[in-house]
Design a protein. Structure first.
Length: 486
């Protein structure tokens, strides 16, 4: 172990690395249930969008949910094994938050434009993930992505983490806090808006108790996670989610429901048959190209561009949170790190999920002492073990996962203390990015706007030489993208 992962050289032990891997797993385990909920339920809870579609139906929706669930576990594990043996870093990987939400939007757009089922849209969308994954593997091998990372100005890099944090909080307070088929009504924005107007209870009628239960569940989860984390309890996020889930389940019983009804007929063996039927190597290029070659090319380029900066942003934010960057904000072994998530993305497309990327929760394992790839390997093995708990993951209420998203978002805001807000060339780009990410739902768009702001400010301040040529090129590309709305 010491020779393989250089434990002594990194000042760590096998026991410390195993504990760090378990800690990382416990803080990011929410993605296992949340990812299929977002991709298949499209923000409406498990099965919502597909079960409501006459072209899919509940049976197909269940099979697809199982497929994405297994894909999440398998692709994440393989990506973490790559991180362990290629980069020897303690970073964990899984389908990225924000990216999976955007992927769900793309799926729905494909299904609508091609007049096909949501499942066919998913299988067409996986083609995009496959292509971008292959492109990212090539770009990582030839160090292109590493050069792009270094071309992002330091203030923008420092602001990426907080921007992602606000986006996660927006997701947590927004669509993911829904309940069942009526989730479009059960969002925090509508709740507080109607509450202040004194009209919420009247407009919801019989749905009012379920709304209250949703809100109570989410806030209990937030408070539980925060209190446990403050007391330095390992796995505070996962424990807080479980506390919130218990509250929600008890509330459902009180309201006359049975949250465990699905467990009575659940299949506890891994549903590989469902994955083979719905997502495993199910690349539907025919449906994708029904959109037209021009639309397909624009869609792929747009997705690649956004995805590239989403991935880079998450890696930079994760490494910064884990204090694994140098004074200039550069990340050691960036090539191997990016290659690991690129391989994970290709595997994810083949098994049935969106882009795999480095998770900010990896910082929890680093704080627990993780310093090498043994931490990532441990987390990956635990993700594989989770293929046997799909029925349990499926009953985790969306409001409980919302609490985890909001807490993680709060943690990521800490990066703002490194920004010099007295310097307008730092303050304005970061402020624009903080607004753009949650509003657009895109990390890439936020980074693009921030880079344009930074470049323009430097030009008009007479400091054009402080901006690299690659920064000018990237800013120009984003400017053209926004101007042409592609």
């Amino acid at each position: 172990m010491d020779k393989l992962f250089k434990l002594k050289e990194n000042g760590t032990t096998v026991r410390t690395e195993l504990v760090a891997g378990l800690t990382t797993f416990m803080t990011m385990a929410y993605i296992i249930a949340l990812n299929p909920n977002l991709i298949i339920g499209f923000g409406q809870g498990a099965f919502g969008a597909m079960a409501a579609s006459p072209l899919d139906g509940p049976a197909v929706a269940t099979a697809a949910w199982n497929g994405v669930f297994l894909a999440t576990c398998v692709a994440s594990a393989i990506a973490m094994f790559c991180m362990a043996f290629l980069a020897n870093k303690p970073f964990a990987l899984a389908p990225g938050m924000g990216l999976n939400s955007y992927f769900a939007v793309v799926i729905a757009q494909i299904a609508g434009a091609a007049t096909c089922s949501y499942l066919a849209g998913l299988q067409a969308g996986l083609c995009i993930i496959l292509i971008e994954g292959i492109v990212f593997v090539a770009l990582s091998i030839f160090n292109v992505r590493e050069k792009i990372v270094k071309a992002i100005p330091l203030p923008v890099r420092l602001g990426i983490g907080p921007g992602i944090g606000l986006m996660l909080m927006n997701i947590g307070f927004g669509s993911n806090a829904g309940v069942g088929a009526a989730a479009d009504k059960f969002v925090m924005r509508d709740f507080f808006g109607a509450l202040s107007a004194g009209t919420l209870k009247e407009s919801l009628g019989a749905d009012w108790p379920a709304m209250v239960l949703t809100v109570v569940t989410m806030f209990i989860g937030i408070f539980a996670i925060a209190i446990l984390a403050h007391k330095k309890v390992k796995g505070a996020v996962l424990i807080g989610m479980l506390i919130a889930s218990v509250v929600n389940w008890a509330g459902q019983f009180i309201l006359g429901g049975n949250p465990f009804e699905s467990l009575t007929t659940a299949n506890w063996l891994p549903a590989f048959g469902d994955m083979a039927q719905t997502t495993l190597f199910k690349f539907d290029f025919a449906t994708l190209f029904r959109l037209g070659i021009g639309t397909v090319v624009i869609l792929i380029l747009t997705f690649c561009m956004i995805d590239m900066f989403d991935t880079i942003g998450t890696v930079v934010a994760t490494a910064g949170r884990a204090k694994m960057t140098d004074e200039e904000g550069n990340v050691p072994k960036m090539k191997e790190i990016l290659l690991s998530d690129a391989i994970g993305t290709v595997v994810g497309s083949a098994t049935g999920t969106s882009t795999v990327t480095t998770f900010i929760e990896s910082a929890s394992g680093v704080e627990a002492g993780g310093r090498t790839g043994l931490t990532a390997l441990t987390t990956g093995i635990l993700f594989l073990a989770c293929i046997f708990i799909a029925p349990i993951a499926a009953i985790i209420p969306a409001a409980a996962t919302s609490a985890a998203l909001i807490y993680v978002g709060v943690l990521m805001l800490s990066g703002l203390k490194k920004i010099d807000f007295d310097d307008l060339t730092q303050a304005l780009p970061v402020a624009v990015m903080l607004l753009a990410m949650p509003i657009s739902g895109s990390i890439g768009h936020g980074i693009g706007l921030a880079m344009i702001c930074y470049t323009v400010l430097k030009l008009f301040e007479g400091k054009a030489k402080e901006v690299s040529i690659l920064t000018y090129i990237i800013s120009l590309i984003f400017l053209v993208k926004f101007f042409l709305a592609i």
